[in-house]
Write a protein that binds this ligand. Structure first.
Ligand code: C2E
Ligand code: CA
Ligand code: CA
Length: 657
């Protein structure tokens, strides 16, 4: 009983294995598709072989078998094969889904079984009419047809086995039963050939399946790599690379179809301090939250990407007009202002957005991006935390600075550039302790141009190196005439401290000037340092080692974090004039300046207060304990000739004399 059940079970599993072996694979769509592709290419050849052989047999038996068994049957096979071929012909360029491919292969199996059984039966029926020689022919044609078809079906194991067995089994039975020595020899031969062939099919189809499997895995790995290469690992948003690829695609599409779209660049205000103060883990969590908020509000109409750092980018696909675009962007800014709760801190940041629309703003994808960037940095100056759309006004600004750049390039800098000096005074003694050198440009073409305009242009145009050299030489020559206790304060720009050649030249000029380096302060802004912090730090250290002082200019306007200030060997900070303006009336400014003063005191740094314009402001500052002030109240920047008056006649010559 037990043995019988075991045997039944064994038979069942064996049977199900055979069925699986002969069936189209169910769980491997890639393999099925590949089988379909390879097989489709063999279809015409396979039917051609079948038909040629069928007609050959029909002609051989034309005179001895009835007509319906010869020509009619061959014609019927031809008709059926033509119908099958026409199906194939129509679908030859269509790439089927895995389900369609599977269905087609199952049909091939079924059709293959029916056709080969029918042809075999037909041939064996004809054999009844022939003599030994003709039967030899039949055997030959059947064997050749069988072998060729199986070879055509090499990658389609199920069909190859079905066809092979449907031909070989009746053949072997039939010729064995004829019991002549030659028929038995043929049956044995067929048995041998069919077995060998099917073993080859089994092995080949395994190899084929393995190769397809390997290809599928490779494709999957490639797809995954592609996905990772296009994704920002922190936020899961599209990354910079994907953004630009997408921007190009959208631009081409919009151009071809006459559609509009807009690019937005989002920059977080106040991210840096959060990152420095609470650490990178909190910074990362903040960026993830920003990514989530942007995506949530963006929906399908706006594509969001992270370009790097705290910069994100948007592509607006569907909006009505500029007003709508600005409203949607403002909504994003509003969402960013909501407090962000992270682990154990709650932080608040704002986001500014710069926008540029196609086709109004720029026709080129790259220009569009750059104009959005321009709008962003322009907006950040006056409308921080809001969206700014690139406008005609921006365009005029750009045109002006392009013109400025052109004139500056052609200028005779040695001749046209001069230095003015603004005194820095000690509130208590009322005496000048230093002069800040300020660049002046009088262009024969444009007249007097403010350094606030031409210095940024010179930086962008790569002219700042020359300019700094000229200015420093002139300033040092002038300072040589001052009493020993009057210092010179000189402004350096980003490029001066982020290139080693620039720094080497500055050091060279200073060394050969004849002025004690300890009498010189270099003023550096935070933005100049943020560009390449490590380099800037190294440059500052070099200057410090020479004995120069280093003042952090415009303090309070950037994102200076205490960690960074600590990391630098500063000697002074200069509190920006925006905090001083109306300090006698504004409690907020009062508080800020008070805390900045005590901060500088605690850190052992000197503190200059810039932009003091009125007596009231000066008195308030005096009460706060400020010592060094600079501003129109004391004196405007003056040419070299007016310095002696400010020093009360205390020039080098007068001291000596
Ligand atoms: P800064 O370094 O902050 O220089 C101070 C600016 O404030 C000067 O403007 C000065 O004239 C102005 N100022 C001084 N006191 C008062 C005041 O009481 N009220 C007001 N409203 N303004 C006051 P200036 O000379 O137009 O220079 C503007 C900026 O251009 C400078 O800002 C500095 O960033 C840059 N700059 C000027 N000269 C040079 C230079 O030689 N090299 C570099 N790299 N930058 C320079
Ligand atoms: Ca300055
Ligand atoms: Ca300043």
């Amino acid at each position: 009983m037990f043995i019988r059940r075991r045997r039944a079970k064994l038979v069942k599993t064996l049977l199900s294995r055979v069925v699986r072996f002969l069936a189209v694979p169910r769980d491997n769509p890639e393999l099925v598709k590949a089988q379909f592709e390879v097989f489709s290419r063999q279809v015409p050849l396979m039917y051609a072989i079948v038909l040629v052989n069928a007609w050959a047999i029909a002609f051989l038996f034309l005179s001895i078998a009835p007509l319906w068994l010869t020509v009619d049957m061959a014609a019927a096979f031809t008709a059926v094969c033509i119908v099958r071929l026409s199906f194939w012909w129509r679908s030859r360029h269509v790439s089927p889904t895995p389900e369609e491919a599977r269905a087609a292969l199952i049909r091939t199996n079924q059709f293959g079984a029916v056709l080969s059984v029918t042809i075999t039966m037909w041939a064996l029926t004809l054999a009844g009419y022939g003599n030994e020689e003709l039967n030899g022919n039949i055997a030959f044609f059947m064997a050749i047809t069988g072998v060729s078809v199986v070879v055509c079906l090499l990658h389609l194991r199920s069909a190859a086995f079905i066809v092979g067995l449907s031909i070989a089994i009746p053949f072997i039975v039939f010729f064995t039963m004829m019991a002549t020595p030659s028929s038995i020899a043929m049956a044995v031969n067929m048995l041998f050939v069919t077995t060998s062939l099917l073993i080859i099919v089994a092995v080949q189809s395994r190899h084929f399946a393995d190769a397809i499997d390997a290809r599928t895995k490779l494709e999957q790995a490639n797809r995954e790599n592609m996905r990772l290469a296009n994704r920002d690992s922190l936020t899961g948003l599209n990354n910079r690379r994907r953004f630009f690829a997408y921007l190009n695609d959208i631009h081409q599409e919009a151009r071809a179809r006459g559609q509009h779209f807009a690019v937005g660049i989002v920059d977080l205000d106040g991210f840096k301090p959060v990152n420095d103060l609470y650490g990178h883990a909190v910074g990362d969590a903040l960026l993830m939250e920003v990514g989530k908020r942007l995506s949530a509000l963006a929906g399908n109409d706006i594509q969001v990407a992270r370009l790097g750092g705290d910069e994100f980018a948007l592509i607006f696909l569907d909006y009505r007009n500029d007003t709508d675009l600005l409203e949607r962007s403002e909504a994003l800014c509003v969402a960013m202002r909501e407090p962000i709760v992270l682990a154990d801190v709650t932080v608040r940041i704002t986001a500014s957005i710069g926008l540029a629309a196609f086709p109004q703003t720029a026709g080129d994808a790259n220009d569009l991006y750059e104009r959005a960037d321009y709008a962003l940095y322009n907006g950040k100056r006056s409308r921080r935390g809001h969206a700014t759309l690139f406008s005609n006004e921006h365009l005029e600004q750009i045109a002006r600075s392009t013109q400025l750049e052109q004139v500056l390039r052609d200028a005779d800098l040695d001749e046209e550039i001069s230095v003015f000096f603004q005194p820095i005074a000690d509130i208590r003694s009322g005496k000048v302790v230093a002069f800040e050198a300020l660049a002046r440009w009088t262009s024969p073409v444009l007249g007097a141009v403010s350094p606030a305009l031409f210095i940024p242009v010179a930086e962008r145009a790569g002219l700042i190196d020359r300019l700094t050299r000229i200015l420093l030489k002139k300033a040092l020559v002038t300072a040589l005439g001052w009493p020993e206790d009057v210092r010179l304060s000189f402004n350096l720009s980003t490029h001066d401290i982020s290139s080693s050649e620039g720094l080497t030249r500055i050091v060279g000029i200073l060394s050969s000037s004849g002025i004690e380096p300890a009498r010189v302060d270099f003023e550096i802004t935070e933005t100049a340092m943020m560009y390449d912090f490590e380099r800037a730090k190294a440059a500052i250290e070099t200057l410090r080692q020479m004995g120069c002082g280093i003042a952090l200019d415009d303090f309070g306007t950037g994102y200076s974090s205490l960690t960074q200030i600590h990391a630098l060997p500063l000697t002074k900070i200069k509190i920006d004039r925006s905090f001083v303006c109306g300090i006698d009336k504004s409690p907020a400014s009062y508080k800020i300046v008070k805390s900045l003063l005590s901060l500088s005191h605690d850190m052992g740094l000197g503190c200059v207060i810039e932009g003091v314009e009125t007596k009231a402001e000066m008195q308030t500052l005096e009460r706060l304990g400020a010592r060094l002030i600079q501003g129109f109240h004391f004196s405007r920047p003056v040419p070299e000739a007016d310095i002696a008056a400010l020093l009360g006649g205390r020039t080098m010559e007068s001291v000596a004399g």
